[in-house]
Design a protein around this ligand. Structure first.
Ligand SMILES: NC(=O)c1ccc[n+]([C@@H]2O[C@H](COP(=O)([O-])OP(=O)(O)OC[C@H]3O[C@@H](n4cnc5c(N)ncnc54)[C@H](O)[C@@H]3O)[C@@H](O)[C@H]2O)c1
Length: 270
C-alpha cells in the first residue's frame, strides 16, 4: 500500500474515531501526518506510537494561532504539506428548537459553529500557503447532516450544511492550485461528544443511539466502523487517483441518500 507515498497530511481531531482511522490508513499508505488535537493525552499517545511518521500538536481548532502552530510543526518536521483534513467536530445530541431555551441555542450555536465551521475555515487559511506551493488538496469531514435533517438538531445540521458552502467557495477560490472536497459519513462508533454549552461535553454519540437503530435506517444494513469510511479520503488525497475532483462531496452514507432518514421515532433514535 503506497498510494500516498511521500505525501504529508495534517488532520484535525486525529486522536480519536474517524480522524485516528484516517491517520492509521494514511500512514499505511506511506504518508506522514501532522495532527491538531485538543486532548493532550491523545496527542502524547500519537507521538509515542508514531515517533517518525506523526507530529501531533495540542491545541484547539477554534484558535488561528493553534492552527498556524500545527502547520509550522508539520513544515519543520516534514518540509511540505500536501493535504489538510478538517475533521474535528462536536455533535448536539439532537438539541431541538422547541425543547431548548433561547440561551442554550445562543451559546450552543457559538460553540458548534466555532468548532465545526470556523475550525475548518481557520485550518484551511493556515494551511493554504503550503498547499498552494505543493498544489495539494483540502478534505473536510461533513456528515449525512450536511444534506438531510434528523441526524442531529438544528445546530449540528446547520453547521454541517455550512461545510458544504465552505467546500464550494474554497474549491472556487483555490483553483487551479488546490483541490477542495469533502467526505460525508453516516453514523459510526466513535467518541463524538456534545457541546459544553449544552451540558453535553461528557455525553458520547453512542450514549443516545444504538447500533441496531443505525443499521436499521441504512440501506446497506450494517453498522459502520470509522475504518469503513477512510477509502474516499485516500482517493481524494491521492495525486494519481484524483486529478479531476474539486468541489465534490462524497456521500459515504451507506446509501442513506437513496431515501433520506425515515422511520426514526421521535427524530432521535439513531
Ligand atoms: N460519529 C458519527 O456518527 C459521525 C457521523 C457523521 C460525521 N461525523 C463526523 O466525523 C468527524 C470526526 O468525529 P468522530 O466521530 O471521529 O468523533 P471523535 O470525538 O471520536 O473524534 C473527534 C476528535 O476531535 C477532537 N476535537 C474536538 N473538538 C476539538 C477542538 N475544538 N480542537 C481540537 N480538537 C478537537 C476530539 O478530542 C477528538 O479526538 C466529525 O467531523 C463528525 O462531525 C461523525
Amino acid at each position: 500500500m503506497s498510494r500516498l507515498a511521500g505525501q504529508v497530511a495534517l488532520i484535525t481531531g486525529g486522536g480519536s474515531g474517524l480522524g485516528l482511522a484516517i491517520l492509521r490508513r494514511f500512514v499505511a499508505e506511506g504518508a506522514r501526518i501532522g495532527v491538531l488535537e485538543r486532548d493532550a493525552g491523545r496527542v502524547e499517545a500519537l507521538n509515542t506510537e508514531f515517533p517518525d511518521a506523526v507530529v501531533a500538536v495540542a491545541g484547539d481548532v477554534r484558535s488561528y494561532d493553534d492552527n498556524l502552530r500545527a502547520v509550522e510543526a508539520v513544515l519543520d518536521r516534514f518540509d511540505r504539506l500536501d493535504c489538510f483534513i478538517g475533521n474535528a467536530a462536536i455533535w448536539d445530541h439532537g438539541a431541538s428548537l422547541v425543547d431548548r431555551s433561547g440561551e442554550d441555542l445562543d451559546k450552543g450555536f457559538d460553540e458548534l459553529f466555532a468548532i465545526n465551521v470556523k475550525g475548518y475555515l481557520l485550518g484551511a487559511k493556515a494551511a493554504a500557503p503550503a498547499l498552494i506551493a505543493s498544489e495539494g488538496s483540502i478534505i473536510f469531514t461533513l456528515s449525512n447532516s450536511a444534506f438531510y435533517p434528523g441526524g442531529g438538531g438544528p445546530l449540528y445540521t446547520a453547521s454541517k450544511h455550512a461545510g458544504v458552502g465552505l467546500v464550494r467557495q474554497l474549491a472556487y477560490e483555490l483553483a487551479p492550485k488546490v483541490r477542495v472536497n469533502a467526505v460525508a459519513p453516516s453514523g459510526m462508533a466513535s467518541d463524538l461528544r456534545g457541546a459544553a454549552a449544552l451540558g453535553q461535553q461528557d455525553q458520547k454519540i453512542m450514549d443516545s443511539r444504538s447500533p441496531d437503530a443505525i443499521r436499521a435506517i441504512l440501506p446497506l444494513q450494517f453498522f459502520p466502523e470509522p475504518d469503513d469510511f477512510v477509502g474516499p479520503y485516500v482517493m481524494l488525497a491521492s495525486r494519481q487517483d484524483n486529478r479531476t475532483l474539486s468541489g465534490v462531496m462524497i456521500n459515504a452514507d451507506c446509501g442513506l441518500g437513496i431515501r433520506g432518514i425515515r422511520h426514526v421515532a421521535g427524530g432521535m433514535q439513531l
